[in-house]
Design a protein around this ligand. Structure first.
Ligand SMILES: *[C@@H]1O[C@H](CO)[C@@H](O)[C@H](O)[C@H]1NC(C)=O
Length: 239
């Protein structure tokens, strides 16, 4: 007779606690998903070894046995040398990410050297996995990025631009479309730091117009609001 209400209270109290625990677990897993970039390291370092063409896929690279690791695993030379800008865009990116410098594996950073011939461009592209801090050493660049689609469909994506001079640092936030154009009469040289061991690059024009196989031109004609022959023409530039 006395036990009934106390048992009910017991159940209510423990149901509340279970809800609270569920909420804590949900919030903390949401938080770790939201704020996760490259995975946090579980050891001093994890020098990458080339993936053998094995059946196993890992998100990242296998670690070299730490007892076999040498100083050279943390060294990449040659960033004093200009990249070859004799190409259609007049720019060259010399990347130093985990693919060139195995010691970067699991450490969440990488960098690149960028060279621009006069009027050379690094065409609109995004880095799906990293914010980029961009330092101009020589020359004059016009740079910019565009925000993602605004919540209000009546608004437009916003463009932020700057002219950069030697010593200037500009930030391209993670995932946003950005570009750099050499507006000077001399070569330009820049270095970029990334918050990922492997930031990835999607060059918009190449991805949209130069994929293999091609995206059906009807899709692009509708998307870009032009006649199909214009799409055929642009796709032909990326053959
Ligand atoms: C630069 O690239 C062009 C085009 O691929 C090539 O013809 C030229 O030999 C390269 N120059 C150097 C210095 O490697």
């Amino acid at each position: 007779m006395l036990s009934f209400p106390s048992q009910q209270q017991y159940i209510i109290k423990h149901t509340k606690m279970a809800f609270l625990l569920c909420a804590i677990v949900l919030v903390s897993s949401w938080a770790s998903m939201t704020y996760a970039s490259d995975p946090g390291q579980l050891q001093d370092f994890c020098v990458a070894v080339p993936d053998s063409s094995s059946a196993v896929f890992v998100n990242g690279k296998f670690c070299k046995n730490p007892t076999m690791v040498v100083a050279d695993d943390f060294l990449r030379q040659g960033l004093n040398k200009a990249g070859n800008t004799s190409n259609q865009v007049g720019s060259a990116v010399t990347a130093v990410n985990v693919n060139q410098l195995p010691g970067l594996n699991t450490l969440g950073v990488s960098l690149a050297r960028l060279d621009f011939a006069p009027y050379g461009i690094n065409p609109p592209h995004t880095h799906p996995r990293a914010t980029e801090a961009f330092l101009l050493m020589e020359g004059t660049l016009y740079v910019g990025f565009v925000t993602s689609n605004p919540a209000d469909p009546a608004q437009k994506n916003k463009l932020f631009t700057k002219y950069l001079y030697p010593g200037d640092v500009f930030v391209f936030p993670q995932g946003l479309i950005h570009f750099q154009l050499n507006v000077g009469k001399t070569n330009a040289v820049a270095f970029a730091g990334f918050g990922s061991q492997n930031p990835g690059t999607i060059t918009i024009a190449n991805a949209v117009f130069g994929s293999d196989p091609k995206i059906n031109p009807d899709v692009l004609a509708k998307a870009f609001r032009v006649e199909k022959n214009i799409i055929d023409y642009i796709q032909a530039q990326f053959n």
